[in-house]
Design a protein around this ligand. Structure first.
Ligand SMILES: CC(C)(COP(=O)(O)OP(=O)(O)OC[C@H]1O[C@@H](n2cnc3c(N)ncnc32)[C@H](O)[C@@H]1OP(=O)(O)O)[C@@H](O)C(=O)NCCC(=O)NCCS
Ligand SMILES: CC(=O)OP(=O)(O)O
Length: 327
C-alpha cells in the first residue's frame, strides 16, 4: 500500500509542479505554504499577484517562493490561445472567445498542464466539480482505451488496532446516470486505483436489492453491470446486485446471499448513480469517521483532480501529493 510517505518518496525522486486554480483561497495558501517548505512538489498559484499576496498576508501563510501566474499577464498567452483554438476547432471557437475563456482560472490552469508548464492540477476548493472538470474533459480528454472519465473516493478510517480501514467508492462525482457499460468501466478503474492504496478489491454493485430480492430496472441495471464488469476483468472479485448491508456485514450476507465470496467483505463500492454515490460518501465522511480522499479522476489523460468545496487545508495538501505522485 502507498502511504503518504511512499507517495512523497516517489515525488522526491522526480519533483513536480502542481497548479492550483484558486490562488487566493486560504486552504490552498496553507497547503501551498506546506509544499513550499518541501523539495518535492512546487505550487503554481493562478490569480492576480497582488490579490494572492494580500490573501496570504491576511491568512498568515507564507508563500514566499511560490510561482504566481496571472492569466491576464501571462507571457505565453498568444501561444496558449492558438493551442486552445486548435483543440476546440470542431466547436468553431474564435481567438476572442478563447481569450475570454482563458481569463478564467479553471481553463487557464488546465491549459498550463496541456502545455507542459505544470505537471498536475488541483482545483475545486471554490469551483464546483462541474466547473473544475469540464475544462479537463474538453481539453485533456480520456486516456486511450477509456470511454469515460469517472472518479473514486479513497475512504480511510483508523481502526482501534492502529492500522487503517481503506475503502473505495465510485462514482460519487462525475457521471450522473451511468449506464451498464459505464458502471462496469467505473468498477474496473476504481478497483485498479484502490489497489494502489493497498486494497485487495472486492467489488460490490450496490442496489436496494440483493440477488433479486427487489424488482425493477435499476436492479437489473446493477446486476447486468456486475456481469459486464466480470467480463471486462475476469480476475476481479465482483458481486451484484447487493444491498449495502449484504455487501459489508458477514452476518447479513449469510442470510441474504450465503454463497457469495464478496458479500460481507466488499471494500470497493459501485453506486448506481451520482445521487447515491455523492450522498453515500458524504455520510461515511461526516458521520462514519472516514477521511475522504478524492474525487480522484479515473480515465483522464493527465493528472488533474477535484476537491470538495467542504475540504480543509490538510485534505488539499494530501490530494496535491496524491495527484502529482500518481501522474
Ligand atoms: C462532468 C460534467 C460537468 C460534464 O457535463 P457538461 O459540463 O454538461 O459537459 P458536456 O456534456 O457539455 O460535455 C463537455 C465535454 O465533456 C465531455 N464529457 C462529458 N462527460 C464526460 C465523461 N464522463 N467522460 C469523458 N468526457 C465527458 C463531452 O463529450 C464534451 O466534450 P466536447 O466538448 O469535446 O464535445 C457533468 O456530467 C456534471 O455536471 N457531472 C456532475 C458533477 C457534480 O455536480 N458532481 C457532484 C459534486 S462532486
Ligand atoms: C465531491 C463533491 O461533492 O464536491 P462538492 O462538495 O464541492 O460539491
Amino acid at each position: 500500500m502507498y502511504g503518504f510517505g511512499d507517495l512523497i518518496a516517489i515525488l522526491k525522486k522526480s519533483p513536480k509542479k502542481i497548479v492550483f486554480t484558486e490562488g487566493t483561497d486560504a486552504r490552498i495558501l496553507e497547503a501551498a505554504s506546506r509544499l513550499l517548505a518541501s523539495n518535492f512538489l512546487k505550487p503554481i498559484l493562478v490569480g492576480k499577484e497582488e490579490e494572492i499576496i494580500a490573501a496570504s498576508e491576511e491568512s498568515g501563510f507564507n508563500i514566499r517562493g511560490a510561482e504566481i501566474i496571472d492569466p491576464l499577464k501571462f507571457d505565453r498567452l498568444d501561444e496558449m490561445i492558438d493551442m486552445f483554438c486548435e483543440l476546440r476547432k470542431s466547436k468553431g471557437v474564435t481567438k476572442e472567445q478563447a481569450r475570454g475563456i482563458l481569463s478564467q482560472a479553471n481553463y487557464f490552469g488546465t491549459m498550463l498542464v496541456k502545455m507542459g508548464i505544470a505537471d498536475a492540477l488541483l482545483g475545486g476548493a471554490t469551483y464546483s466539480t462541474a466547473d473544475t472538470v469540464r475544462p479537463a474533459l474538453q481539453l485533456i480528454k480520456t486516456k486511450p482505451g477509456n470511454s469515460i472519465v469517472s472518479s473514486v473516493f479513497i475512504m480511510v478510517r483508523a481502526r482501534a488496532t492502529g492500522d487503517n480501514e481503506v475503502l473505495a467508492m465510485a462514482d460519487c462525482a462525475i457521471n450522473i446516470h451511468p449506464n451498464e457499460d459505464e458502471l462496469a468501466e467505473i468498477a474496473t478503474e476504481a478497483a485498479e486505483c484502490a489497489k494502489i492504496f493497498g486494497v485487495d478489491p472486492k467489488v460490490a454493485f450496490l442496489s436496494y436489492s440483493t440477488f433479486g430480492s427487489g424488482k425493477g430496472e435499476d436492479v437489473d441495471k446493477m446486476r447486468n453491470a456486475a456481469a459486464k464488469a466480470k467480463l471486462r476483468a475476469p480476475e476481479l472479485q465482483v458481486e451484484g446486485e447487493l444491498q449495502f448491508d449484504a455487501a459489508v456485514s458477514p452476518r447479513v450476507a449469510r442470510t441474504k446471499c450465503p454463497d457469495s465470496a464478496v458479500a460481507g467483505h466488499a471494500n470497493t463500492f459501485v453506486f448506481p448513480d451520482i445521487n447515491a454515490g455523492n450522498i453515500g460518501y458524504k455520510i461515511a465522511q461526516r458521520l462514519g469517521g472516514f477521511e475522504a480522499y478524492g474525487p480522484i479522476l479515473l480515465g483522464l489523460n493527465a493528472p488533474i483532480n477535484d476537491l470538495s468545496r467542504g475540504c480543509n487545508a490538510s485534505e488539499v495538501y494530501s490530494m496535491a501529493i496524491i495527484t502529482a505522485a500518481l501522474a
